[in-house]
Design a protein around this ligand. Structure first.
Ligand code: SF4
Length: 282
């Protein structure tokens, strides 16, 4: 997969940044990545840079923190809404970009949901910060399926063709009128979380794809969920999908990967552990 992508000096610098960030994340979280996963992640960063280089170079305000403080839930709990966006100001126009790790098809199919969030950010930007705004858009960092397949195939020509087709920037019109409704929906969710009033979706829901997804929810979403090993609908989903018995399934969840991966996890955990000197113990 790696050999179909040549890198320039700028991209070698991105590689160095990537490795440094990865080390910091490992030290913070104690999680290591298997070499193949690390390489796949780097390829995503690299192709994302190649596709969006001209936009990245035009960003005027990067990682702008937006905050809507002093909100109250229906049950009186205080809460705030926060977000981080990038801003491009050029030719008298201001565009706000929100970066999502979701694939473009999913964002297009659920544009209304994303618009609700952008409306809140637009409200904060315009009303609380007194800034002008002409357009909002989502930047999708996840590859569309055809690019993943082209990478897997090792065919550079196919990859170049798919890169041309890839449209990771999706304009989403904003409408600050709907902000009150969105904030009150957030507030209701805060109350439910605080009261532990939540449950996973049913097995039937796990078998259905979400709008814009080709794979079922149980595969597209649950496989990336840290709670999956203690989630009963997901356990049932896996059992049915693999027609496995409980004993077989136990083997599946107890499989922590090959020795090399386990050693990498241990090394990352040791690096992440606070260093203790004899003076610390005295
Ligand atoms: S595995 Fe995670 S995402 Fe999937 S249903 Fe369970 S809690 Fe939800």
């Amino acid at each position: 997969m790696t050999e179909i992508i040549d890198t320039t000096e700028a991209e070698n610098q991105i590689r160095r940044f990537f490795e440094r960030n990865l080390l910091e994340l490992q030290a913070e979280g104690g999680h290591a990545l298997a070499p193949e996963v690390r390489e796949t992640a780097f390829q995503q960063v690299l192709l994302y840079w190649r596709k969006l280089r001209s936009l990245a170079e035009r960003v005027t305000d990067t990682e702008v923190k937006l905050s809507l403080p002093e909100q109250r839930t229906p049950r009186g709990r205080p809460f705030a809404i926060e977000g981080v966006v990038d801003i491009v100001r050029e030719d008298g126009r201001t565009t706000m970009y929100d970066i999502k790790t979701h694939p473009p098809d999913e964002v297009r199919a659920n544009a209304e949901t994303y618009a609700r969030q952008l409306n809140v950010y637009a409200h904060i930007w315009q009303e609380l910060r007194g800034e002008s705004l002409d357009q909002t858009a989502i930047i999708c960092t996840a590859f569309p399926e055809p690019i993943t397949e082209a990478l897997r195939s090792g065919d550079g020509v196919r990859l170049a063709a798919e890169m041309d087709q890839w449209e990771p920037v999706i304009p989403i019109p904003f409408d600050a009128q709907g902000v009150a409704g969105t904030v009150s929906d957030f507030a209701a969710v805060v109350d439910r979380i605080e009261e532990h009033d939540f449950a996973p979706p049913s097995l039937a829901q796990l078998r259905e794809p979400l709008p814009g997804m080709r794979r079922p929810f149980g595969t597209a979403v649950c496989r990336n969920c840290d709670a999956r090993f203690s989630c009963s609908p997901y356990r049932r989903y896996m059992q049915v999908a693999s027609r496995a018995s409980e004993a077989t399934f136990r083997q599946y969840i107890e499989d922590l990967g090959p020795d090399s991966e386990r050693e990498a996890y241990v090394a990352a955990a040791l690096e992440a552990a606070p260093s203790t000197s004899p003076q610390d113990l005295s």
